[in-house]
Design a protein around this ligand. Structure first.
Ligand code: MG
Length: 349
């Protein structure tokens, strides 16, 4: 299928409320959207900007690389977005949904929600209460040194032992914090995600031996090679799969397949996706190895106005789009209102 043009758009969407992790506070989400125009159909992909590992820091390199065509390498997250856009166009032309193409076995997936680091324990409890009322099936708390045992204890005490709860350290701890982290074992968490920096495989392997709680890696799993290393060292027993971080849906699918082969459960992480990225993630999360609820939330968890028709919770689940391709499109007037920069590159690839 001949690509007639590639459109690049930098968009900026304000979050309903700031989202704080151990490494950053986000108030506005920037994305690079890639639209591929072919003779038969169009397709969309989304690349996170400035969100740490798995995102790009600047759109300039991508802009230049797309202009140069296949001669210039794209950063992995942008390459993944371009791959999704091409695949979306192909599947729309063929009338096949992305979920069917990937081999999805579910039509809806359980929705989880990530709750950022709050200003106070009462503020945290209020947000967790709101999310449970909205119907989320599991809650993930962001933690950081000095903000871990106390908030987790408070959430357990208030909402009970039955709430499916997990924590994410976003790499903010060191192995010297092991004693403190092992204290989390008493809360019956589903998992502890990425306590140590991304490159500390040995440290995670040591923690995995000391914890009763399963250890999940996120930022560390940047490639299939990284996954193999983690598996070999016993550095995790659960993997958070993010297509943007792995360089696209195909790589994410291979990581899923490998984890299924070795009996490691996976779930689909989020990078504050708009409806475009969310649609693709939902198709991926409908694969059989995604046995744990992902950070796949409704549009109103993030945005007043999503780019696409909003995704809504249905009894704690999100429906997997079943239309051709990713199954959704941006709403033109909303897209234009959040576009900061736009360019159309003719006849590449
Ligand atoms: Mg994470």
């Amino acid at each position: 299928m001949k690509v007639e043009a590639v459109e690049l758009r930098l968009v900026a969407l304000p979050l309903i409320k700031p989202f704080r992790t151990a490494t950053a506070t986000h108030e506005v989400v920037e994305k690079l959207l890639i639209r591929v125009v072919t003779s038969e159909a169009e397709g969309w992909g989304e690349c996170p900007v400035g969100l740490g590992p798995g995102s790009i820091n600047s759109v300039e390199d991508v802009w230049d690389a797309i202009r140069l065509g296949e001669a210039a390498p794209l950063p992995a997250p942008a390459g993944g977005a371009l791959e999704t856009a091409r695949l979306d166009a192909e599947l729309r032309a063929a009338g096949t949904s992305l979920a069917d193409h990937l081999g999805a076995t579910r039509t809806a997936v359980e929705a989880g929600v990530a709750v950022g680091i709050a200003a106070s324990v009462p503020a945290l409890l209020e947000e967790v209460e709101q999310r449970l009322r909205e119907g989320y099936r599991r809650v993930k708390l962001k933690i950081e040194p000095g903000h871990d045992l106390e908030p987790v204890a408070a959430v357990r005490e208030r909402f009970g032992a039955d709430v499916a709860l997990q924590v994410d350290g976003n790499g903010a701890y060191t192995i010297d914090d092991a004693e403190q982290l092992v204290g989390l074992d008493r809360f019956g968490l589903l998992m502890i995600e990425q306590p140590l920096p991304a490159d500390d495989f040995d440290g995670h392997a040591e923690l995995a031996r000391r914890f009763r709680t399963p250890l999940c890696l996120d930022e560390s799993i940047t490639s299939e090679t990284a996954l193999e290393r983690a598996l070999e060292l016993g550095a995790c027993s659960i993997v958070n799969v993010k297509p943007a971080r792995l360089g696209g849906l195909r790589a994410a699918q291979r990581v899923h397949d490998r984890c299924v082969e070795v009996g490691v459960p996976v779930w689909c992480g989020g990078m504050l996706e708009t409806g475009i990225g969310r649609a693709a993630n939902l198709a991926l999360a409908a694969l059989p190895g995604f046995t744990l609820a992902g950070d796949l939330s409704a549009s109103d968890r993030y945005f007043q106005l999503d780019l696409t028709e909003p995704f809504v919770l249905d009894d704690g689940r999100l429906h997997v789009p079943d239309g051709p391709g990713i199954g959704v499109e941006p709403r033109p007037e909303i897209l234009d209102s959040v576009t900061r920069r736009r360019d159309i590159v003719p006849g590449v690839g």
